[in-house]
Design a protein around this ligand. Sequence first.
Ligand code: AVJ
Length: 333
Amino acid sequence: MVAVARFRRPLPANEPDSTFAADVHAGLTADPKHLPPKYFYDAGGSVLFERITELPEYYPTRCEMKILRDHAREIAALIPPGAALVEFGSGSSKKARILLRAAAAKLCCYVPVDICGPMIEQEAIELRPDFPQVKVLPVAADITRDFSLPPEAKAAPRRVGFFPGSTIGNFEPHEAAAFLRHTGKILGPGARLIVGADLVKPVEVLNAAYNDKAGVTAKFNLNLLTRINRELGGNFNLACFEHHAFYNRERERIEMHLASLKRQRVKVMGEAFDFRAGETIHTENSYKYSIESLRALARGAGWRPLAVWTDAKSYFSIQAFELTDERPPRAAG
Ligand code: AVJ
């Protein structure tokens, strides 16, 4: 509820504990300039992202949905009876619906956790009549920060995390490992985790997915500037910035940037930020994994691999893990 209230009433400019304001200030002061991709998802950005998932060039959502549908029974079989299903970054809960259909009878509750509060509240309202036997308990929170699960989920014999959509690709690899550790702490002993990750693939396929002909991804990227203008009193002229997206082969990631079309000065929160012609704000990394590299990352974060599924073209992967109960190894000496 707190996060919902914060979303609807953004904190005033210069409020020191406003995370958005602090992150924008830090990112625009840095060289090179950058902004965290989690701020794409205001109400408008969440709608644009849903449109991205329907684009012909954007394969990840369709591939992941197909894997979930084709293997729903096997995936559901990994959910222990009475478990709570906790989805990290649920967005529209379209993917969870597939799991709920296959596992509703044995679930105690479904906990969608998302930074976009209004969106999950709405989704919860739509899910409840379709799954009357499952308690839908949305939590509006930033999944990268500490948050508590509802009491019902804590009381369940076990919790199963669901982290689809290749959201993991938005983290730097070391952050992804830290995040997987963090999910283990939130979910607790005996937890299982189902993770969807986009795979390394031919560069043309990747570049097309982030440079759609209809220009929806460009709008999604530029919407971050609209949000800064609205919530932080910015004066970005969207006509003076351009969407850039490309695959960085060495680092195995798509990079998204907003490139300044000219030398210009922009004001945000009463402060001036100067742009050189062609200078970019790096707005997103979308890392691509191999089955093995994600497995190694998860292992290092305390998760033991249980199963993996892919689509026919091996464009996308879903992996299941179980929390190991090992204590962190003690340093020698
Ligand atoms: C939601 C992070 C998985 O990286 O493909 C889509 C976000 N950015 N198009 C992705 C996104 C541009 C998406 N993730």
